[in-house]
Design a protein around this ligand. Sequence first.
Ligand code: 7TS
Length: 421
Amino acid sequence: MSAAAAVPIREKAVKLPFDVEKIRADFPILRTKVHGHPLVYLDNAATSQKPQAVIDALVRYYEGENANIHRGVHYLSQIATEAFEKARETVRAFVNAADAREIIFTRGTTEAINLVAQTYGRVHVGAGDEVLITAMEHHSNIVPWQMLCEEKGAKLRVAPMNDEGELLLEEFEKLLSPRTKIVAVSHVSNALGTINPLKQMIAAAHALGIPVVVDGAQAVPHLAVDVQDLDCDFFAFSGHKMYGPTGIGVLYGKTALLEAMPPYQGGGDMISSVTFEKTIYNKLPHKFEAGTPDMAGVAGLKAAIEYMNGIGIEKIAAHEHDLLEYATEVVGALPGVRLIGTAREKASVLSFVLDEVHPHDIGTILDQQGIAVRTGHHCAQPVMERFHIPATVRASFAVYNTRKEVDALARGLRKVHEVFA
Ligand code: 7TS
C-alpha cells in the first residue's frame, strides 16, 4: 500500500463556528503565492499574520494621530495620549484586570518577564532562595530567572513533565517550599502545545505565599484569559502572536506588587520630578514605561483585540481545536511520524518528528510547496533534550487556517516520505 493510500483524509463537512473564507479575506498576506503555490501559513506560534484592521490602525495612527504622549498640551499630543490610554483600557478588559493601572506596555513577553525578574526578583530573591519554573518553558521564561539566580546565589528549580508533555502537578507541588520566592510558568507551551493547570498551580503556590508569573504568550491568541479568575500575580504576553503588531506587548501585575516594586528602566515619563539629588517616580502604570513608548504599536494592539473580540475568543478556540484534532489525526497517521506533545489539554500546536529525516529538510521540502512550518528547537532547547531529539517540525494554527491547509500539510509530508523512503 502506498503512503498516500494509508492516509485517511476526512473530507466530511464540518460545521464551522464562522465563515473562515471571510476571515481569510481580512488578511492580505494570505493571498501570497510561494513557489507558485498558495501560501499555507502554519507558523502562527512564531508570529501570526495581521488583519487589514490592524494594518489600517497603524496607518491611521501615523496619518492622523502621531504626537508624543503625556507631554504636550497641543491638539495632536492630547489625541495621541487619549488613544493610548483608551487602548490600555481595551487591554484591561481583554484580560479582565481589575484596574487599567495594572497594564504595563512593554516590547513583548520577553521584556515583560525580564522586567519582573529585574525588579520584583532582585528585591525578593537572595542567596539560598529558589525560583521554580517548569520543564516546558520558552528560553525567555528560563534565562531571565537564570540570570537572576546567578546574580543572587539562588537556585533555579525545574518541575518535570511526563512523556505526553504534561506537567507533573504533584512533583511541582513538592518543589514548592519556603525557599521558593517566585514561580514562573507558561500558560501554554510553544513547543508542545500543552495547556498547564494554571489555577491549581497558582493556588498551590499561593498557599505558601509565593507569587506566580505567567508567560501567556501562547495563551492569549487561543484562550479566554481572566487574570482575576486565575489569580496570577503577573501575566506577560506579546501583541504579534495575537494578530497585533510586532514590538508591543503587555505585563499585567497586581497593583500592590507593582506599587512596591522599584522601577525597571529610568528615563522620561517614569518620573514625577527629577533633581540631581533625588528623583520621585511616577505613579502606575507610568513608573514602568520609561521613554517614548510604541504608540503606533499600542494602536495596532487595540485593533487586534477588537478584531478578536469581533469574532469571539470562544469561536476562535473552537475552530482551532477542530484544526488541531484533525491535524493530529491526519498527520499522526502518516508513516514514520511521531508526535511530540500529546497532552490531553492542548492548544494550536502540532509538533512532530519523522523517522530518519531532519526537521530542517522537512521544512525545506514543505516550503517548496508553499507550506510554512517552523523547524528547530523553538527556543525551548530543554524540551528537545527531554524528548531526546534535536528539533521538531511544528505546525501551529490560527483563526484563518483551514482543514484544506491541514490536508496540504499531509500531502507535503507524504512527498517528504517519498523523497526519503
Ligand atoms: N514565551 C513563549 C511561550 C513563546 O512562545 C515566546 C515566543 C516567547 C515567550 C517570547 O515572545 P516574544 O514576543 O517576546 O519574542 N515564541 C516563539 C516561537 O515559538 N517561535 O518563535 C517565537
